[in-house]
Design a protein around this ligand. Structure first.
Ligand code: UT7
Length: 323
């Protein structure tokens, strides 16, 4: 059967570092509060004129180089983002043009912080269905552009960045010893809108809006939903959670990572955490964490890895991959 293989990964972070001390100069907060409640110490923010498509293109170039794949071989570009350059066209089409691609299809996926998992699910289905052979999947965000910089309950949490993977069709036997994406599981519940949303949009207010979140409520749902997604993905592959080598979670809050690990009896040493230096980069957070663990050699060929995320919508999901 056809399996979606991950050929390579790449990442890009904007240069400007915003520390907790910098934020304490803007709002009534402290380095101690942010570190204790979230685990975040710093995050990156885009420069004037720097766009989500710039971050996405840089991450894509790094992934193509790592995968040793030419841009001419790409059939499809999928960008998961909640902070597009413009309301339309899709940021993916800007990336396509910047990469010099003259063929294939490019479109965005919007599932907020779960965007990369949703994008992976879409890409995996295109590849297994035979409609695309090689796909560039990117998670890219300029969250700093949709924050209320006077709201200390949200502005300290988020950061900007991009991560990308090159996916390609390969052969598998159809069991969980195969390399590549073993499954993806995605979920949403639109009733949870008011807990996490942006208070603007083209058809609602004709403005961009800023992020609004009831953090405590989101936190409570996050641990439950993520645990559900991890179990669904592991069960579907007939794999015990204990047999998974690495967990690559969405990086919203270190306490969510720890809470989920406790709930599912996961060894915390198997959980990749980059929240301290990236903050919550929404759709970029999973590929940024993945790229970190691939580059530093923790994730090795043959390892079983579980990607998971939860975000506005609500949306949540997981994917099990044999590297
Ligand atoms: O990516 C999508 C998913 N997003 C998430 O998963 C985020 C989930 N939520 C969270 O990570 C946490 O709920 C937060 C980090 C947002 C908040 O942590 P918390 O432990 O739930 O704190 P809280 O909201 O209960 O606030 C505790 C106190 C409040 O003061 P009072 O009412 O006790 O006097 C807040 O006003 O902390 C106050 N507070 C702050 N103090 C200093 C809230 N934000 C700050 C701040 N600095 N930045």
């Amino acid at each position: 059967m056809i399996r979606t293989l991950v050929l390579g990964s790449g990442a890009f972070l904007p240069k400007t570092i915003l520390t907790n001390a910098d934020l304490a100069k803007r709002v009534d907060t402290s380095d101690e509060w942010i570190r204790e409640r979230t685990g975040i110490t710093e995050r990156r923010v885009v420069a004037e004129g720097e766009r989500t498509s710039d971050l996405a293109t840089a991450a894509a170039r790094a992934a193509l180089e790592h995968a040793k794949v030419s841009v001419d071989d790409i059939d499809m570009v999928i960008v998961a983002t909640t902070t597009p350059d413009e309301t339309f066209p899709a940021t993916a089409t800007r990336v396509q043009a910047k990469l010099g691609m003259t063929r294939g299809a490019a479109f965005d996926v919007q599932a907020v912080c779960s965007g990369f998992i949703f994008g992976l699910s879409v890409a995996d289905n295109f590849i297994r269905g035979g409609q695309a052979r090689t796909i560039l999947l990117i998670g890219a965000e300029s969250m700093s552009r949709i924050l209320d910089w006077t709201d200390r309950t949200t502005c300290v949490l988020f950061g900007d960045g991009a991560g990308a993977v090159v996916l390609q069709a390969g052969e598998g036997k159809g069991d969980n010893s195969d390399h590549g994406v073993l499954n993806t599981r995605i979920f949403s519940d639109g009733r949870m809108h008011d807990l996490l949303y942006v208070d603007g949009g083209p058809s609602a207010t004709q403005t961009t809006g800023v992020l609004k979140m009831q953090g405590k409520e989101v936190f409570r749902h996050a641990v439950t939903n993520i645990a559900e997604a991890i179990s669904a993905s592991a069960d579907a592959a007939g794999v015990a959670v204990a047999d998974i080598d690495w967990f690559v979670p969405h990086q919203a809050n270190q306490r969510i990572l720890d809470g989920t690990a406790r709930k599912l009896n996961i060894d915390p040493a198997k959980v990749i955490s980059t929240v301290a230096v990236h903050g919550n980069t929404s759709a970029a957070s999973v590929p940024l964490a993945l790229e970190t663990a691939v580059r530093d050699g923790r994730i090795k060929r043959g390892d079983l890895i579980l990607l998971e995320a939860m975000g506005g919508g609500f949306t949540w999901g997981a994917s099990l991959i044999r590297w």
